[in-house]
Design a protein around this ligand. Structure first.
Ligand code: FAD
Length: 421
């Protein structure tokens, strides 16, 4: 029997293993995939490396930063994302940089911004109202309402507001006016610096931590017997534990347990999330990537967001090449179109946006991620608490983005592993 079993070799699981080892506890980490890293992981095709969605580190803790930079050092980027809206490119945040828009639309946005409803943010429960109060009706309806459908797969009226935090910038009238004359130089993004490993893709932030850890790959947990303290894997093998730490999604772990009360099952199945495709493109040209990342508001273009792996680090592409990865998201309750259809529509739309020509493409790939973002419906907190309380009562420590069912960035999932160890 091993002291600790950790389910999942993403950043939360690796952090739990690393910090446990430092504290003198040996763990075995079991991972369903054939490689470690979870959402921090990557894949390579013909010399082009792609992360599993856009990833940068903006960990505030100095010791974490040092650890993450430990194997290859970090590139530092000042985040100046862009926005694509009806053929115009607007620096982010769009409402601070309206300059490229036609005058009539600027007037509509500014007039509605001035006339926006007044209400304290903490008194607003629904995201659609929050958006109208922050930005005014015209901007809210044409930008974030559309983006919510693309990124979250639901209407803004279906979301609550506690998750927003620093993620959305709220401008004042001077900034809106200034930006409507000329694009502004100031970085309004919530993190002023974004770090990315010089080599090896994003998951290199974990190189130091994972050294010496016992990570067993292709081990998908399928059943947990809490009385016998035993986990069974899809290959028929089993392992006993003293302590069990899980980073698995809450709706999944509940299906692995016996005699789960109906209320817990119902709560778990009421937790919603997004899933999505990564459309990864490598080019035989050095100049396709222009922005670290950009958002697309047009709803007839499938991706919500596109980022440039080679701008994150040139190590992600062969010499003389560039790359893009488009992210296309869906609500987990909706019908997801087939990969070939999404790939074809995404590539055609991006060609239509003037980003590249078909002949430039050297690598073209599409993959599906079953779990991307937690969806903050108004009942999330209640339902999540029911499931977490039940797991706690069984002695299962559940951590990480999907184990705590929260909007965690990598350093927060890492902190979960540190805390539990
Ligand atoms: C689109 C997108 C962009 C993001 N961008 C950023 C960013 O720029 N910066 C940032 O800091 N964070 C970002 N994040 C968040 C970041 O990816 C997560 O916080 C972090 O990777 C979560 O790590 P985790 O270990 O909790 O979960 P995961 O990475 O999901 O790890 C869980 C692991 O468990 C494994 N597993 C699942 N089921 C089983 C099973 N039955 N048996 C065994 N193993 C199993 C999975 O394969 C996986 O490896 C982004 C997330 C998304 C979706």
């Amino acid at each position: 029997m091993s002291d600790n079993i950790i389910l999942g070799a993403g950043i939360a699981g690796i952090s739990a293993g690393y910090h446990g080892k430092k504290a003198g506890t040996e763990s075995v980490i079991y991972e369903k995939d054939g490689d470690w890293g979870g959402l921090c992981g990557n894949f390579s095709i013909d010399g082009f490396r792609f992360d599993r969605f856009v990833h940068f580190s903006f960990a505030p803790d100095e010791s974490d930063k040092k650890l993450f930079a430990g194997s290859h050092g970090m590139h530092e980027h000042v985040p100046f994302p862009s926005n694509y809206y009806h053929g115009c490119w607007l620096r982010h945040p769009a409402q601070n940089n309206l300059a490229p828009l036609p005058s009539s639309e600027k007037v509509d946005i500014i007039a509605d911004f001035i006339a926006r409803p007044q209400k304290a943010a903490q008194d607003i429960a629904r995201y659609d109202e929050w958006l109208r109060v922050q930005y005014g009706n015209y901007f809210a309806e044409h930008f974030p309402f559309a983006y919510t459908r693309k990124y979250w797969g639901v209407e803004a009226s279906e979301l609550e507001t506690k998750w927003v935090g620093v993620r959305m910038y709220s401008p004042d009238i001077r900034q809106v006016l200034q930006g409507s004359y000329e694009t502004q130089d100031e970085c309004f993004y919530f993190a002023k610096k974004m770090l990315y490993p010089r080599k090896g893709g994003f998951r290199s932030i974990l190189n130091v931590c994972r050294e010496g850890l016992d990570i067993r790959l292709n081990k998908k947990a399928v059943h947990i017997d809490v009385k016998r303290r035993e986990v069974t894997f899809a290959d028929g093998s089993g392992a006993g534990y003293d302590r069990l730490i899980s980073t698995l999604p809450l709706p999944e772990i509940v299906t692995m347990l016996d005699n789960v009360p109906q209320a817990v099952r119902e709560a778990a199945s009421g937790l919603h999330h997004t899933c999505g495709y990564q459309v990864s493109l490598g080019f035989r040209r050095p100049d396709v990537a222009k922005y670290l990342w950009f958002y697309i508001y047009d709803e007839d273009i499938p991706p919500a967001r596109v980022y440039s792996p080679n701008l994150k680090s040139p190590d992600n592409v062969p010499d003389g090449c560039s790359s893009l990865q488009a992210e296309v998201f869906y609500d987990n309750r909706s019908a997801v179109p087939p990969a070939e259809e999404v790939l074809e529509k995404t590539v055609t739309s991006m060609i239509g946006m003037g980003l590249f020509d078909k002949k430039d493409i050297a690598v073209c790939d599409i993959r599906f991620e079953p779990y991307a973002n937690i969806t903050f419906t108004p009942d999330i907190y209640e339902k999540r608490a029911v499931v977490l309380h039940y797991l706690e009562s069984l002695g299962i420590k559940s951590i990480g983005r999907f184990g705590k069912w929260d909007y965690k960035w990598t350093h927060q999932a890492f902190a979960d592993g540190k805390e539990i160890a």
